[in-house]
Ligand binder design. Structure first.
Ligand code: HEM
Length: 527
């Protein structure tokens, strides 16, 4: 990634935003994009879940460990952080409902972002939200499509079994102690998931009992180590009266407490946890090639596409990393038809990304400038760029994709975003309607169809793909040489979906790619 934007690179761009801002589509001021898309809200400030005493951050770190734990360094190199946990939840080694919940939280996948990358990001965000160091992040993990081998350690196993399991995952004896201490600084053991370890409390059915590993369970710190060394620990995996269950004790004291004594230095604890968690999230199947370490992109142009309502429009945005009251951002674009005439527009909205612990680590505040200018459909648009005056008196900066401008590949198939709508109504499973405008003066129009990917939020936590034909929408009369076509997804859409639209126009196939229901702004039409 290297702090440079590649264009268009949906995968790299979305992942950078998810890493830096906690959302692949940060900031767009519509209802759908708010809480659900910003998955880091769930762990903001290392908070506990509303319905239990457990923290999302702890559950996410545990989920990452359980997902990674199937790696086998000297077998076929398979397993590792690959989201195979999704298919392994019914194994005893993955006991408890909290891993299933974590997998739900960590499923903000898009067409281009894998669930495994999000699980890795879950660790990065959890540690910084809870006060630890920023773990360097690399992307491009690949999701498994089925269960992997077994490999997660269980409390009742012996030290030798544990040592062997960690060795297979790629961690030596010292690293095993460190990784367990780092993992067990947040959260604890719950009566819900492990009734054989923590007895339930009938008075607290709605908030089941949870015994934390240390007295600062919502802080990523070394209290788990110091309390163990002082003998004041309440860590149930150290002090449980049943000697088979005290797996943390067996591991912590396995080298005569040497490693634990080293970790009693908070600085060392933090750097070792950062390094070992980095190793954990980068333990991937051997064919996966990770990217370079991410750095914030200085000026980043977001998803850009033409829109059509009564006329043509351009949806685009540019993000900077610092606030500057004096900054003036101007969108410029060039005619397609009249050979180079330039137009300009000011942003209609400016939005900051608040509460990103990752951005805070860099001392930056991502800030988005949003544009949706009207474009004359007769002269249209070929490319756009941004001029930015920081108010310092010098020449404005130019963000123009290395001189070429950001190209508009085609202007014949355009999403009529503001004619598309969401209409929750109890009589219909298909609440969404999508309309597309197609230029009718470039030849006969046929084969108008959409590739649709609907995210199934309940059990599957993956996309279901289908192809749908679009019908000419005769309720909408032709505007400025554009006819309207409409489709409704065949799957029930109660979460995100992505789609491409293709049409044959005058014998040529024209495609508009990667549109998204987040951006639909019209609700309740026709109910
Ligand atoms: C021998 C190795 C390990 C054993 C036997 C073990 C066992 C357990 C058990 C029984 C729980 C309680 C889970 C619940 O109540 O839902 C737990 C929680 C947890 N474990 Fe481990 N663990 C081990 C290693 C690790 C490692 C290496 C990590 C991370 C790097 C980790 C991270 C966590 C976290 C964060 C929690 C708290 C979850 C919560 O509060 O919801 N564990 N562990």
């Amino acid at each position: 990634q290297g702090g440079q934007q590649r264009w268009p690179d949906y995968r790299g761009n979305e992942l950078e935003s998810l890493w830096l801002e906690g959302s692949a589509e940060p900031g767009w001021p519509t209802m759908l994009v708010s809480a659900r898309a910003r998955f880091t809200n769930l762990i903001s400030g290392c908070r506990a879940r509303l319905d239990s005493e457990s923290e999302g951050a702890a559950e996410w770190i545990r989920a990452a460990f359980h997902d990674m734990a199937t790696h086998n360094v000297n077998g076929d190199g398979l397993g590792g952080l690959d989201r195979s946990l999704l298919y392994e939840l019914d194994r005893p080694e993955n006991a408890g409902g909290s891993l299933a919940q974590a997998m739900k939280d960590l499923s903000v996948i898009t067409r281009y972002i894998s669930g495994a990358d999000i699980i890795a990001l879950g660790v990065v965000h959890s540690v910084v939200e809870c006060g630890g160091l920023l773990i360097p992040f690399r992307g491009r993990r690949i999701d498994a499509t089925e269960a992997g081998p077994k490999g997660v350690p269980e409390v009742t196993q012996t030290l030798e079994e544990h040592t062997e399991k960690f060795r297979k995952q790629g961690f030596n004896k010292t690293e095993m102690i460190e990784l367990v201490a780092c993992g067990h600084t947040l959260g604890g053991v719950g009566a819900n998931d492990f009734p054989e370890i923590v007895s339930g409390d009938v008075d607290r059915v709605s908030r089941p009992r949870h015994i934390n590993f240390d007295s600062t369970s919502r802080k990523f710190d070394n209290a788990v180590v110091t309390e163990y060394l002082k003998g004041t620990t309440k860590n149930i995996l150290v002090v449980h009266p049943n000697a088979t269950i005290v797996s943390d004790k067996r591991i912590f004291e396995s080298d005569g407490n040497r490693t634990m004594e080293t970790l009693a230095d908070e600085k060392i604890f933090q750097t070792r946890c950062r390094d070992l968690f980095e190793k954990m999230i980068n333990t991937v199947p051997k064919d996966v090639e990770l990217t370079d370490v991410f750095a914030p992109i200085k000026a980043k142009v977001g998803r850009s596409y033409l829109t059509f309502n009564q006329t043509m429009g351009l949806h685009t945005e540019i993000r900077f990393l610092t606030k500057n009251e004096n900054r003036r951002v101007t969108l410029k674009w060039e005619d397609r038809a009249s050979g180079g005439q330039v137009h300009s527009a000011a942003p209609f909205d400016v939005s900051e990304t608040l509460h990103s612990a990752t951005a805070k680590q860099f001392g930056i505040t991502p800030i988005h400038y949003w544009f949706n200018p009207t474009i004359d459909p007769t002269t249209s648009i070929s490319r756009f760029w941004f001029e930015v005056d920081e108010g310092t008196g010098g020449q404005p900066d130019l963000y123009d994709n290395g001189g070429a401008g950001f190209p508009i590949a085609q202007d014949k198939v355009i999403w009529a975003r503001d004619l598309s709508y969401y209409a929750p109504d109890r009589f219909s499973d298909h609440w969404w309607s999508f309309t597309v405008a197609i230029r009718n003066d470039a030849g006969a129009i046929s084969n108008v169809s959409a590739n649709v990917e609907v995210f199934i939020a309940d059990e599957k936590l993956n996309f279901v793909k289908s192809t749908v034909a679009l019908e000419r929408d005769t309720n909408l009369t032709t505007v400025a040489g554009f006819d309207f076509y409409t489709f409704r997804p065949t799957e029930k859409v109660n979460d995100r979906m992505f789609f491409d639209v293709a049409a044959t126009i005058g014998g040529e196939t024209v495609t508009e790619e990667y549109l998204n229901n987040y951006w639909v702004t019209v609700f309740n039409k026709g109910t």
